[in-house]
Design a protein around this ligand. Structure first.
Ligand SMILES: Nc1ncnc2c1ncn2[C@@H]1O[C@H](COP(=O)(O)OP(=O)(O)OP(=O)(O)O)[C@@H](O)[C@H]1O
Length: 282
């Protein structure tokens, strides 16, 4: 029976990842959105966190969400995989589509949504009592995968994709917490990748890291695009310019401008975006 569960799960996972990387370049007319929001708003009680956002998130690209503190970046990001379901005060209106299907439609399982749309947080958060190996396969085990060969393969694949394999392959049974902060963050990325998500949401993934670890994660993102579509919240405009293909600028809960990163940084259409990226504001 175990074999069947494993094969079934793996087939499902592979199907989820079956779309080949999109064409290179950032010409939106040539690209396919992996996700899309339509009139998406999030309220905390009566207070608006982010309002009426309509945005494409192109497949196998990095989309950066930028803007001053409190403008709604994290609120928007968390709406993309139904994390607000876990916050009683939060309410989401509008649609967020993954491959054309609204993740907020009745009957959609939020756990399955979060399997397809993974998340990496600001502070590395490996499971403190688990080994490196067990951290990586935690999500697969929850899905019912038990076979050792399958888990071993997933550990190696995910750690290679997260650019951590060479550093840990001889100590997979060491505690996850024995790694440095930067390695722990790559371990969390490996854990998110193990279930083969289609989209990876990253909420300021380098803000707690030193410059060398930050660079390792930024370098990694260029490779990760081959496997997943990435949305990253960053406070750091240079980072957005370095790692992203598309950028969305938020201000006071509103999406002000979205476009190819190059264009948004060199030739913004909105004067408010220009004020922010030239450092006159924010
Ligand atoms: N759990 C919550 N309850 C009530 N209000 C919240 C909650 N989380 C966020 N907010 C409010 O929603 C608005 C948007 O916050 P959000 O954290 O999304 O902004 P942000 O752009 O990510 O900010 P930062 O860059 O400082 O992380 C803010 O006014 C914030 O105070």
């Amino acid at each position: 029976m175990e074999t069947n569960v494993d094969e079934l799960k793996l087939n499902e996972l592979r199907q989820g990842n079956s779309t080949p990387p999109s064409q290179s370049g950032s010409d939106p007319s040539l690209l396919k959105p992996r996700m899309e929001t339509r009139g998406l708003s999030v309220y905390y009680g009566k207070k608006l966190g982010v309002g009426n956002v309509t945005l494409p998130i192109y497949a196998n690209k990095v989309t950066a969400l930028i803007g001053p503190s409190g403008c709604g970046k994290t609120t928007f990001l968390r709406a993309l995989n139904r994390m607000h379901d876990l916050t009683p005060i939060a309410r989401v209106e509008g649609e967020a589509l993954l491959d054309g299907k609204n993740i907020y439609a009745p009957g959609v399982d939020p756990v399955e949504v979060r399997r397809k749309i993974g998340m990496v947080f600001q502070k590395p958060n490996p499971f403190p009592t688990l080994t490196i190996y067990d951290n990586v396969v935690a999500g697969l085990r929850l899905l019912g995968v038990r076979r050792k060969e399958v888990l071993d393969e997933a550990v190696e694949r995910s750690l290679v994709q997260a650019a951590l394999w060479d550093e840990v392959k001889d100590r997979l049974r060491a505690p996850g917490m024995s790694l440095s902060g930067g390695q722990q963050q790559r371990l969390c990325i490996a854990r998110a990748l193990a279930v083969q998500p289609e989209v990876l949401l990253m909420d300021e993934p380098t803000s707690a890291l030193d410059p060398i670890s930050t660079q390792a994660i930024e370098d990694l993102m260029a490779d990760l695009k081959n496997y997943v579509t990435i949305v990253i919240v960053t406070h750091n405009m240079q980072q957005a310019a370095r790692v992203s293909d598309f950028t969305a600028y938020f201000l006071l809960g509103e999406l002000i401008e979205f476009g190819p990163t190059n264009q948004l940084f060199t030739n913004p259409k909105d004067s408010r975006t220009e004020a922010y990226i030239t450092g006159r504001f924010g």
